[in-house]
Design a binder for this molecule. Structure first.
Ligand SMILES: Cc1cc2nc3c(=O)[nH]c(=O)nc-3n(C[C@H](O)[C@H](O)[C@H](O)COP(=O)(O)O)c2cc1C
Length: 201
């Protein structure tokens, strides 16, 4: 049975948020092309600074094994050991400049927002997503010819959730650990940085 790890929230939240988590175990089921397209359509409609839409996605599917292997080798070894269970893997990149050529500090921020939209669309369609900073940045740039004015942000594995026993033993153990979060007073302030807000809860 698929492992659920619903968020233990202090307030009610939408089911998609409560149920989303980042499994490392995927089953062998391929992701149909229209489902995959739907995920990127959700990302495409994210908000961004000056509508700059800085996000770019390099994707590979197990349907094309050589291309998949090339992209998988851009994850570090630890992350390869679980990402290899995913039918689709990708690298996210972010434009460092606005469309008018001015430098922007918001490429990473906006690409994160696009990834959040992709992730919740995935949840809505019964898929799971796991992001990873443990990738080989120079290798990605060289392999795919990523221009210098794009940052390389993350590796991502996506597909349908699998059972923990498809993972190496240490990751199988981590798969079942409880999820943890900071509390709202540690995050939300009023009147000064670090002053817990009285406006909520
Ligand atoms: C930007 C980013 C980088 C991450 N890097 C890795 C990574 O390199 N390896 C890994 O196993 N998980 C990685 N994760 C997954 C996080 O550890 C995970 O999202 C976090 O522990 C919260 O768990 P949850 O998503 O299940 O709520 C990353 C997540 C994000 C958003």
């Amino acid at each position: 049975m698929t492992l659920r790890k619903p968020a233990e929230t202090s307030q009610p939240v939408h089911e998609l948020i409560r149920e989303r988590w980042s499994p490392r175990a995927f089953n062998g089921k391929p992701v149909p092309k229209d489902v995959l397209a739907s995920l990127f359509e959700a990302a495409r409609w994210a908000a961004s600074c000056n509508n700059s839409q800085p996000w770019r996605f390099l994707i590979a599917s197990k349907d094309e094994p050589a291309a998949y292997e090339t992209l998988l080798r851009c994850f570090n070894e630890r992350n390869q050991s679980w990402a290899v269970t995913a039918p689709v893997i990708m690298i996210t990149c972010a434009d460092k400049n606005l469309p008018d050529g001015r430098p922007s500090n918001y490429g990473f921020y906006d690409t994160g927002a696009a990834m959040a939209q992709l992730t919740f669309q995935a949840s809505a369609l019964g898929l799971v997503v796991h992001q990873a900073q443990g990738i080989l940045f120079d290798k990605v740039r060289e392999t795919y010819g990523v221009p210098d004015d794009f940052d390389i942000c993350t590796g991502v594995a996506l597909g349908y959730q699998g059972e923990p026993d498809v993972l190496p033993e240490d990751y199988a153990k981590r798969e079942v650990l409880p999820r943890e979060r900071k509390t709202l007073p540690e995050l939300v302030f009023t009147g000064g940085f670090g002053k817990a807000s009285g406006l909520i809860g």
